[in-house]
Design a protein around this ligand. Structure first.
Ligand SMILES: C[S@@+](CC[C@H](N)C(=O)[O-])C[C@H]1O[C@@H](n2cnc3c(N)ncnc32)[C@H](O)[C@@H]1O
Length: 236
């Protein structure tokens, strides 16, 4: 076999193996109850997530699992203990919960209509289990950022985001939000699901403001995990 073909086969095998390990962290209960929930295993905990079917943020998306798995398996390099962490577009809250279980001081954010379910999941899964109780807060991308998250008092070590780029009209506001929340030392960890060309262009726009590094790629899920830090504008 040609070396390139061999390499491709190896990457394909690695991708499938890690993806099946990531997906195995989720199990759907066989018991039918009035609340629809799924369970996930991360950081030695069973995390129960209540879901709804009425909007994008109401279910756990595969990118969230990819990011949780990354946080758990890279906890030494990306140490969350006592770090200030904000998640944007948190949806059902799985990523925020895992970051909290890893010891971070988490602010979990989303649109106002998502906050009830988000707060419920976060409270159920972090009470008495985490060093710092996570906060749930509204953050509609691009809206009242200076008022609700004043630049001068933002001191986030990490900004986390899973599957926040898709066909919605707020992509520029999303970029503005990333920019607003980050200072020069903030690390963005972002799991991106690739779907359509228009959304892919977001990555190019993002690169104008941030130095972007692909940390891992899961071709069978069309998901990439990125790490980013703000470009040093003085030297740009
Ligand atoms: C595809 S879901 C991903 C949810 C979660 N991160 C996950 O991976 O399971 C996208 C999330 O972005 C949020 N979102 C969409 N538009 C938004 C906006 N303009 N401002 C804030 N959040 C928004 C949605 O409410 C939703 O929770």
């Amino acid at each position: 076999m040609e070396p390139e073909v061999q390499e491709e086969a190896r990457e394909d095998h690695d991708d499938k193996q890690v993806v099946s390990e990531i997906m195995a962290r989720c199990f759907i209960p066989t018991l039918v109850t009035s609340i629809s929930w799924e369970a996930f295993h991360f950081v030695g905990h069973e995390i129960r997530i209540a879901e709804a079917m009425d909007c994008y943020g109401a279910v756990v998306w595969p990118s969230a699992l990819v990011l949780c798995y990354f946080l758990e398996t890279n906890a030494k390099q990306y140490n969350m203990v006592d770090k200030n962490v904000i998640e944007i577009g948190a949806g059902t809250g799985l990523v925020s919960i895992v970051a909290s279980l890893l010891g971070a001081r988490v602010t979990s954010t989303d649109l106002p209509e998502l906050l009830g379910n988000l707060q419920y999941n976060i409270s159920c899964n972090t009470k008495m289990k985490c060093k710092h109780l996570p906060q749930v807060k509204e953050l509609s991308w691009g809206v009242a950022l200076d008022k609700n998250f004043p630049r001068a008092s933002n001191s986030f070590d990490y900004v986390l985001a899973a599957d926040v780029v898709y066909a919605h009209p707020f992509l520029e506001d999303l970029l503005l939000t990333f920019d607003h929340l980050c200072k020069e030392t903030t690390i963005v960890l972002w799991a991106m699901k690739f779907r359509l060309e228009k959304e892919n262009k977001f990555v190019d726009r993002f690169k104008e403001l941030f130095d972007l590094e692909e940390v891992s790629s899961f071709p069978s899920l069309n998901i990439k995990l990125y790490k980013a830090v703000k470009k040093n504008r003085r030297n740009a």
